[in-house]
Write a protein that binds this ligand. Sequence first.
Ligand code: NAD
Length: 292
Amino acid sequence: MKIGFFGLGNMGGPMASNLARAGHELTGYDPVGTTAEGVVAAQSATEAVAGQDVVITMLPNGKILRDVYDEIVGHGAQGALFVDCSTVDVDSALHAHARARAAGIDSLDAPVSGGISGAAAGTLTFMVGGDATAYARAVPLFDIMGQKAVHCGADGTGQAAKICNNMILGISMIGVCEAFALADRLGLDRQKMFDVASTSSGSCWALNSYCPAPGVGPKSPADNGYNPGFAAELMLKDLMLSQAAAEVVNAPTPLGAAAAAFYQAFVDHGGRGRDFSAVLPRLTEMKRGEEP
Ligand code: NAD
């Protein structure tokens, strides 16, 4: 297929390269001039869209996604498929779908989980909103860039799945870090705490697969000086998106709101650029009632 790829950053670059390696013809566009292996660089956004069977976007936020769609949909080929893999607010995803539909273009919101390593290894998980026929067209591409894709439902439900999942993750990571910090002060060895909780009702992905305590459990960013991994500011971005969505639909999310406020304070006070599990060393320094 002829594929136009917008946003060749940490995620988009390796995703585009994997598609090229699998034999597709890739044209990429990124305004800062980033290139990716196997991808022909376009000089303009319109050049990267014209005549493509599929256009994939992997952009920083919803405002940029809206601007890009407003600029490019008019240049897309009739019958083309547009797939947005960025993590954005549900409203921006719906805006992108509406613009595409008005231009006779099929579209999907298809955010991912799996991070930079998953993008490089082609092991991402795609959560996808949009028509079943559009989804079926994109599955062969999801199979190259990822190891799993779930069709979540109508337009916007891919983004809904992404922010709901990451709200669980943000809340549970803080919970696991609080438990380790409390265990420390109670004189409970971290390894013993892991041995008990990871096989009891406290088990969860943040503890069992991404343990925030160095030297305990499987290898994780905690064993690498808390270098990301998944940076605290990206977790904050996703928690803010779930708060914005909850506001629109009047859904109560008391712990989601607390987790967003917690990560905001953490990012503002030294957490930026560190893995989101670095909440543990921060909690071990804090006193009860102190801001993160
Ligand atoms: P990044 O900042 O490395 O890459 C974004 C790229 O988009 C940049 O190279 C930027 O120059 C480019 N860009 C900006 N405006 C553009 C435009 N108008 N046209 C074309 N390109 C443009 O970010 P990333 O880490 O690759 O993340 C991309 C998206 O994936 C974000 O929405 C992020 O939330 C999501 N995501 C990231 C991770 C992760 O671990 N990094 C994991 C899951 C999801």
